[in-house]
Design a protein around this ligand. Structure first.
Ligand code: BGC
Length: 737
């Protein structure tokens, strides 16, 4: 009664008052206090979804969201309401009621932690408004295989440092909205071919140096949950793999809970480190866990630990301290998009757009010209790709409309969707500028057939039939023909990852906006006409040719052929640009990692590498920080921001790839003539260390490190070095003498 009255005056926390109500206590302690108050049956109810099926409904709390865990009525603990996906709220009932944000990979192209925070915040707000307290994202896998069908969902691109750095603000943004983020898919779900069975063979050093860092970034941000993946690792399913789950929880210090990917549970794996089965209770059901407890295969403390991890994440982000009405499944029907969200989505797409080429200052476009707009600029506009990460947009800004609106007085804008190549060429030849929108798609559950634009334009999903519709399988021919007819041909590529651009030498300008979200048209028109100066950089390599990194079938998609059950990561650290650098591959039609131009020019100068150490650390030659600072100056005619990149070259004996990204900074928008002093702090224990598989720990590498600073991995402007102390071995002082 008292609670009911209070609820009218001020909304009260859902949770029945108790010692756990003290919000000044750490989340872990509050969770432990609740666990101590739960019966065994109450505890076990948290460890699984209520249904043995994987379908959503619009009529029942038990199946309203993609994942549903019953709340506890006695203590009034809210239900756990989980929804896809990593790039916005995936609506299955009342469609088109959430914002279709740019995808994870698109956001990676921003190289801008502030943008990632805004993205997380924007998405988190909509989950909250829909009554969902877990967002099944962000996706953090590395683009190891250029043709992986889900690369578009992942914000790591092909670099672990980029992933770790961007995971942090994305998760902080989501969780600040009282929504638990979910880092997925842990781990080695780097291909979709036979994802339910294939087993990844990955050595320990490669695990820690390449694939774990984005998850470490998530852990450092306090991520509440991690999704274990479908695939097997070393023959054991990821969700029952004691080794990788121990590395996650113990070595990397993850404090939240591990939830299985949907139907990725194959046993009652509590003791191996799985905390929650989704969406069903085939293996983590009360009966089986009780049997395990009786037979001594499962310990009571392991059950307590799993429940505490789940509740801890709910306390930590504030789910528990919200009124009960917050997590009401009926909110699913609400339209939660806002004008503000649309504006932010537009800005995020702008800052993620990458200018790959711009010969003779073709871009930005002058007003009042005769423009031929071709390809997927109208009905076929590509917003994003398929699978659980899809978000049905409530509306799509079509480039044709936005270009028409922006083209200025006296402009003539004509359109041809490119299906009839001859007609498109005719239109292009009489225009001042031809702008071709090319696109291809990909989806969860399968890898792409090739990196060609001519493959994969039609995704077999009803909702996507409009995207990329038309002459999807002759786009290279279209571009080549139009480029031959008009020297001022501009290509805009909306793509789910790397694509081949065999015609890149023949066109005047190229932009990619990856999977730009519903504001596609506005954002690209802003860039085309110079309202916004592009500042994105490639988060992955655009190869010159198919399989340029020479992946053997044993590496991808695995062996035996047709039904691969084992994929070996024998390339070890040589993923993406690390391979290109090691093999000295030059770029002819492709573009290197980190590449991205601007409408202005930047000059780099005054590199300064500064050792900072304290007391004994100095005597031992062990720096606490290396500070790398330099100046970036806008020496062009218009304002613009630059992503300055810092690559380290390790001493040869360390056996590392030639260059590795270890720092970056997007400057503010610099006015012509304006400069910014950039300071990047290297933490040697993390950035100048390698994983020592014998010690199962990071080990500082002694010796001379190259410091290279530039505008891309292949556009190095400044070089310096530093020496790391010869006797510097952390955590083993006896070895220092
Ligand atoms: C996907 C996950 C997704 C889940 C729930 C799975 O097929 O791999 O990323 O969160 O389905 O829809």
């Amino acid at each position: 009664m008292v609670r009911a009255l209070l609820a009218i005056a001020v909304p009260v926390a859902a949770l029945v008052p108790g010692p756990w109500s003290d919000t000044s206590l750490p989340a872990q302690q509050r969770a432990a206090l609740v666990v101590a108050n739960l019966t065994l049956d109450e505890k076990l109810a948290f460890l699984h979804g209520p249904h043995g099926r994987n379908s959503q409904c619009t009529t029942d709390a038990k199946c309203a969201y993609v994942g549903n865990v019953a709340g506890n009525d006695r203590l009034d603990i809210p239900p756990i309401t989980m929804q896809d996906g990593p790039q916005g709220f995936r609506v299955t009932g009342n469609k088109a009621t959430s914002t279709a944000w740019p995808s994870g990979l698109t956001m990676a192209a921003s190289w801008d932690p502030d943008a990632l925070y805004a993205w997380g915040r924007g998405m988190g707000r909509e989950f909250y408004a829909k009554g969902a307290n877990v967002q099944l994202g962000p996706g953090l896998c590395l683009a190891r295989v250029p043709r992986n069908g889900r690369n578009f969902e992942y914000l790591s691109g092909e670099d672990p440092f980029l992933g770790a750095t961007l995971a942090f603000p994305a998760i902080s943004g989501i969780q600040a909205q009282k929504v638990v983020a979910n880092a997925k898919h842990f781990v080695f779900n780097n291909q979709e071919t036979n994802r339910l069975k294939v087993s990844a063979k990955v050595d320990e050093r490669t695990r820690f140096e390449m694939y774990y860092p984005p998850f470490q970034g998530a852990i450092d941000a306090g991520v509440g949950s991690v999704m274990c993946s479908y695939n097997r690792i070393g023959g054991t399913y990821s969700c029952e793999n004691p080794e990788t789950l121990r590395e996650l929880k113990e070595t990397m210090g993850f404090k939240g809970y591990v939830v299985s990917d949907w139907l990725a549970t194959h046993s009652t794996s509590l003791m191996a480190g799985l905390d929650m089965e989704m969406p069903s209770d085939r293996f983590m059901n009360p009966a089986m866990i009780k049997t395990g407890l009786e037979e001594g295969n499962i310990t009571a403390s392991a059950v307590d630990d799993s429940v505490a991890r789940i509740l801890r994440s709910m306390f930590d982000v504030g789910v528990m301290d919200e009124p009960s009405s917050t997590w009401d499944w009926k909110k699913l029907q609400k339209n939660v998009t806002t004008e503000e969200a649309a504006l932010v989505a537009r800005q995020l797409s702008q800052v993620s757009t990458v200018l790959l080429k711009n010969e003779g200052g073709t871009l930005p476009l002058a007003k009042g010209q005769k423009l031929a707009v071709l390809g997927f600029a109208d009905l076929g506009t590509v917003v994003h790709a398929g699978g659980s990460g899809k978000v049905m947009p409530s509306f799509v800004a079509k480039p044709l409309d936005t270009i028409r609106a922006a083209a200025g007085e006296g402009a003539e804008v004509s359109f041809n969707n490119g299906t009839d190549i001859a007609a498109a060429v005719e239109l292009a030849s009489s225009a001042d500028v031809a702008i071709i929108f090319v696109a291809t798609l990909s989806q969860e559950g399968r890898d792409r057939d090739s990196l060609s634009l001519d493959d994969g334009c039609v995704v077999n999903e009803r909702e996507y039939n409009d995207q990329c519709k038309g002459n999807g399988d002759r786009q290279n021919e279209l571009v080549a023909a139009v480029a031959a007819a008009n020297p001022k041909t501009v290509v805009v590529a909306s793509v789910p990852g790397a694509v081949l651009m065999p015609w890149s030498g023949d066109v005047a300008a190229i932009l990619t906006n990856f999977m730009p979200g519903q504001q596609a048209g506005f954002a690209i028109a802003d860039v085309l006409f110079g309202v916004v100066n592009p500042s994105g950089k490639l988060p992955l390599t655009f190869p010159n040719r198919e399989n340029e990194t020479e992946l053997a079938p044993s590496q991808w998609p695995g062996l035996p052929e047709n039904n691969p059950t084992e994929e070996t990561y024998s390339e070890e650290l040589l993923v993406g640009y690390r391979y290109y650098d090691a093999k000295g591959i030059e770029f002819t039609t492709g573009f290197p990692f980190g590449h991205g131009l601007s409408y202005t020019k930047f000059e780099y100068s005054d590199l300064y590498v500064f050792h900072d150490c304290l007391g004994e650390a100095c005597d031992l030659g062990r720096p606490l920080f290396e500070t790398v600072s330099f100046t970036v100056k806008n020496v062009g005619q218009v304002a613009g921001a630059e992503v300055a990149q810092l690559y380290l070259g390790f001493p040869k004996e360390a056996g590392e790839p030639p260059l590795q990204l270890k720092g970056f900074k997007k400057t503010k928008a610099l006015e012509p003539g304006q400069e910014e002093r950039v300071e990047i702090y290297l933490n040697p224990a993390r950035d100048a260390a390698i994983w020592d598989a014998r010690a199962h720990d990071w080990a500082l590498v002694p010796g001379l490190f190259d410091v290279k600073v530039g505008a891309s991995s292949r556009d190095i402007r400044l070089a310096g070095n530093f020496t790391q102390g010869m006797r510097a071995v952390p955590r083993e002082p006896e070895l220092l003498v």
